[in-house]
Design a protein around this ligand. Structure first.
Ligand SMILES: [Zn+2]
Length: 277
């Protein structure tokens, strides 16, 4: 079974722990190109494809990177434009943000953008209206509802495997929701397949949990960010808790990512969606 690898393609300073943490600023030293290259090389070596949810701000600054991703046969999908939490935006501002990012990416690649992932999984109980807007704006799938709730995101009890988004909004009749992977233990879902959880867990656990998801008949949805394999990146001024979440395990993440790509065949979300249809 092929699994799904996704990379939220944004810069080292795109984080949502507190308001005003950073300003989108083209003058800040960017690391997104060199770090994304690491993923492109690893994917090529392992004969795998992936979905790059590219932030509109990054696409504007680095159009050649977006072209390179598409030319290598990967899917370019949308991570919105400005990396603002969906539940802190008005529906009107959200619509403008996703229109702007979708058009930017489509103009660069000449290909339709099919999928969206919200910054910090910010489609929650408070922002389910976003699902109807995504469908209206021409998206085919969304990957923004985390079936595990914490201080920043998630809907507890949300489905663990791909499901019709109409389950959460009556107007999202044609949108497929593809959640990140979790394993089920009595009473709760445990995340493991990306971000902090992937960095914090020893690789044998990630391997075991991924195999468990495959045994349940589903692809694992892995997700990482360009910055997560870069111990040399500039540091944000964060609280202790947020710094732990943002930087824990950065040193070993590249090796684990490469190990994962060797052990698990991966493809893009669009390829998965096409096979499912
Ligand atoms: Zn992001």
């Amino acid at each position: 079974m092929k699994n799904i690898f996704t990379i939220d393609t944004e810069d080292w300073f795109h984080a949502n722990y507190e308001d005003g943490l950073f300003q989108n600023d083209a003058a800040v030293k960017s690391t997104v190109e060199e770090n994304t290259e690491v993923y492109l090389e690893a994917l090529e070596r392992n004969n795998a494809t992936a979905t790059f949810f590219v932030l509109g701000f990054v696409a504007e600054q680095h159009p050649n990177l977006v072209r390179k991703i598409a030319q290598a046969g990967h899917e370019v999908a949308s991570h919105g434009y400005g990396h603002q939490l969906v539940y802190k935006q008005s529906p009107e501002a959200f619509r403008e943000d996703i229109q702007r990012s979708k058009k930017l990416l489509e103009d660069i690649t000449g290909k339709a953008v099919l999928g969206y992932r919200a910054p910090s999984w910010s489609i929650t109980e408070e922002s389910l209206w976003a699902l109807a807007i995504l469908q209206e704006e021409g998206f085919v799938y969304d990957s923004s509802i985390f079936p595990f709730k914490n201080f920043l995101y998630g809907i507890s009890g949300a489905p663990r495997f791909p499901f019709p988004a109409v389950q959460y909004h009556p107007e999202a009749t044609n949108l497929l929701e593809i959640p990140p992977s979790t394993v089920r233990v009595p009473g709760m879902n445990i995340p493991f397949s990306g971000g902090f959880y992937f960095r914090a867990l020893p690789y044998p656990f990630i391997h075991m949990f991924a195999k468990q998801v495959n045994r349940e008949g589903h692809p694992v949805v892995f997700y990482l960010h360009p910055r997560e394999i870069d111990p040399q990146q500039p540091r944000l001024k964060l609280s202790k808790r947020d710094a732990l979440i943002h930087y824990y395990g950065i040193g070993a993440c590249r090796r684990k990512m490469e190990h994962m790509l060797r052990d698990f065949a991966c493809q893009s979300m669009a390829e998965y969606v096409n096979q499912k249809r």
